[in-house]
Ligand binder design. Structure first.
Ligand code: GDP
Ligand code: MG
Length: 596
């Protein structure tokens, strides 16, 4: 297709504002998915995406759309909305010339509406403002059109009104995309340069690489070069997703499609890399994206120690599809052999864990997640700590922790509640703006460790669900952080060591010692459980209680998984860990690590 007839766009919005549903209507109206094959959130293919109703992976789909006598090809890229996956959004944006900015007409602008808009503006995309869900009785499209127009600097009348559910206004939206999104520009005669914006491992076809061609063209059976590694591959198949893969005779300037080369590992087809022709390679690569960095670390251990090799293979397999996943082996006195795994955030952690349990039939325990700390020792050398039990014990110069810039949007009546929460989380207010009379934006700098765990839940409950949150990583800052160890009969139990702020160390110590007192069975002798900072004891309990039923304390989740967990735990009961002179069933550790 000639570039003049191409339009590459994405749909950006706050989570739940209706991107995937709108994408469904577009697939239907353009005829690429017929009514019989249609199901809700068609592009969310993974089981987890469908069950949770969230999009994790971006998707690109080509759709024909006629305006007058011209047959256009629209490439739509659906993007995930959750903050953990922002790096997916920014890749998708770089493959587009325009963005449909979707706002729920019953909710108005939310934190990720702003975050995604700013990303789109950074990428110089044409913005098409759209109010969605106008079928809802609570919709106030006129009111929110004003807000939206003020935000992006257009007239309220420029905001289209649609319903992804009923399809109202979607034809007009498709026409508007053709009219407002500029066609791609590139040099058709230059050596090919195509940007890899996603790569996915498929059991049958190997790695499928999604690209957007900027210059030149790629053709079937030719040899291509990955510019970062200089690796050469033969193109076995090239085509477009519509949304099923359709092989084509090639991809030219501005086109979005997929390549299959027979490589088996997504790391050989790196997101952000540039693909060029082997016969006439381009001189310079396109500007890439930075690699996603893990933000949160947790230890993952099989409940049944003999599952360790299965866990290792499972992680290797998931890594094929998820370049953001990082892991290395680690051992724990309490839990045995496992892995220290790096994630983009807590949702990423949950999803990886759930996929491991489900797709590989594993029962796992994960240790309390932590962020990454930079510890400067007295001799000025710096240690990066991803596991609290590796926190240096000698004299320490300074501990630095990662910080985030958070944006919170909420009705003005909740300002007090939000400020209280943020202060309790060591936040510093940077600024506050009124978006309208009743809606405010608060900007805070907060330690990442305080925000990634239960911050969002607390924010939601203190604002009756009305607040929204977005955050981005900024630099590191020094803080008064200490390692709290938990000791059983004088021996440190590594899985329970935590790095916490000095002011919260005592509360952590009291909480953990009390929990373990409940869980560890009575022994022949008295067993002290202590919390300590270095050699200083900050909390103490002594085991005298009668043994309680620990199984009731396991986390929720679906019944079959829970039952399986219980069965594995019964086996675990037999496996005692000896810490000091104390015999502790592994299940006690597992229950203590499961969140309440
Ligand atoms: P996404 O997170 O932006 O992809 O949002 P989804 O498309 O998954 O939609 C979130 C929820 O809003 C789902 O329950 C949808 O059924 C619902 N929804 C989406 N669009 C509309 C709409 O136009 N009208 C109504 N009434 N509900 C909608
Ligand atoms: Mg979605």
């Amino acid at each position: 297709t000639a570039p003049e007839l191409l339009r590459n766009f994405c749909i950006i919005a706050h989570i739940d504002h209706g991107k995937s549903t709108l994408a469904d209507r577009m697939l239907q109206l353009t005829g690429v998915v017929d009514a019989r094959a249609m199901r809700a959130q068609y592009l969310d293919r993974m089981d987890i995406e469908r069950e949770r109703g969230i999009t994790i992976k971006s998707q690109a789909v080509r759709m024909p759309w006629g305006v007058g006598a011209d047959a256009y090809a629209l490439n739509m890229i659906d993007t995930p909305g959750h903050v953990d996956f922002t790096y997916e959004v920014s890749r998708s944006l770089a493959a587009c010339e325009g963005a449909v900015l979707l706002v729920d007409a019953a909710q108005g602008i939310e934190a990720q509406t702003l975050a995604n808009l700013y990303l789109a503006l950074e990428n110089d995309l044409a913005i098409i403002p759209v109010l969605n869900k106008i079928d809802l009785p609570a919709a106030q499209p006129e009111k929110y059109a004003e807000e939206l127009a003020k935000l992006i600097g257009c007239e309220p009348e420029d905001c289209l009104q649609v319903s992804g559910k009923t399809g109202a206004g979607v034809v007009e939206l498709l026409d508007r995309i053709v009219e407002r999104v500029p066609p791609p520009v590139g040099d058709a005669h230059a050596p090919a340069r195509a940007m890899i914006f996603d790569s996915v491992y498929d059991t049958y076809r190997g790695v499928v690489t999604y690209v957007r061609v900027v210059d030149g063209s790629l053709n079937p059976r030719e040899k291509i070069v990955m510019m970062s590694t200089r690796a050469t591959h033969e193109l076995l198949e090239i085509g477009v997703s519509s949304p099923e893969p359709v092989p084509t005779k090639g991809l030219g300037v501005g086109e979005v499609g997929y390549l299959i080369t027979g490589v088996k590992d997504v790391r050989q087809s790196k997101v952000g890399d540039t693909v060029t022709n082997a016969s006439k390679p381009a001189a310079t690569a396109l500007g890439g994206y930075s690699d996603p960095k893990p933000m949160v670390f947790s230890g993952l251990y099989p409940i049944d120690g003999t599952d360790y090799p299965i866990l290792r293979d499972a992680l290797d397999k998931l890594k094929l599809n998820d370049a953001a996943l990082n892991y290395e082996p680690e051992t724990s006195v309490a839990l045995g052999f496992g892995f220290r795994v790096g994630f983009l955030g807590l949702l990423h952690l949950e999803i990886v864990r759930e996929r491991l349990e489900r797709e590989f039939d594993l029962a796992l325990i994960s240790t309390a997640p932590n962020v990454v700390y930079e510890v400067t020792l007295e001799d000025k050398s710096v240690v990066t700590v991803t596991n609290p039990s590796e926190f240096p014990s000698g004299k320490i110069g300074e501990v630095r922790e990662p910080m985030v810039k958070a944006t919170i949007l909420a009705p003005a009546e909740f300002i007090g509640a939000i400020m209280e929460l943020c202060q309790g989380k060591r936040g510093e207010l940077q600024g506050m703006d009124y978006l309208s009379e009743e809606r405010v934006e608060l900007r805070y700098v907060l330690p990442m460790a305080e925000i990634v765990f239960d911050f969002f839940d607390q924010l939601k409950s203190r604002t009756r669900g009305y607040a929204s949150l977005d955050y981005e990583r900024i630099g590191d800052e020094a803080a008064d952080l200490v390692k709290v160890d938990i000791l059983l009969q004088g021996e440190t139990v590594d899985a329970f060591s935590a790095i916490v702020h000095k002011d919260k160390a005592y509360a952590y110590g009291v909480m953990m010692t009390a929990k373990l007192k409940e869980l560890i069975p009575r022994q022949q002798f008295e067993v002290p459980i202590q919390a300590a900072i270095g050699a200083r004891i900050i909390a103490r309990e002594t085991i005298r209680a009668i043994r309680k039923d620990v199984l009731a304390k396991c986390y929720g989740g679906d019944i079959s998984r829970k039952r399986k967990l219980l069965e594995k735990q019964k086996e675990g009961k037999k496996r005692m860990k000896t810490i000091g002179r104390v015999d502790v069933p592994q299940e006690a550790f597992i229950a203590a690590l499961s969140s309440d």
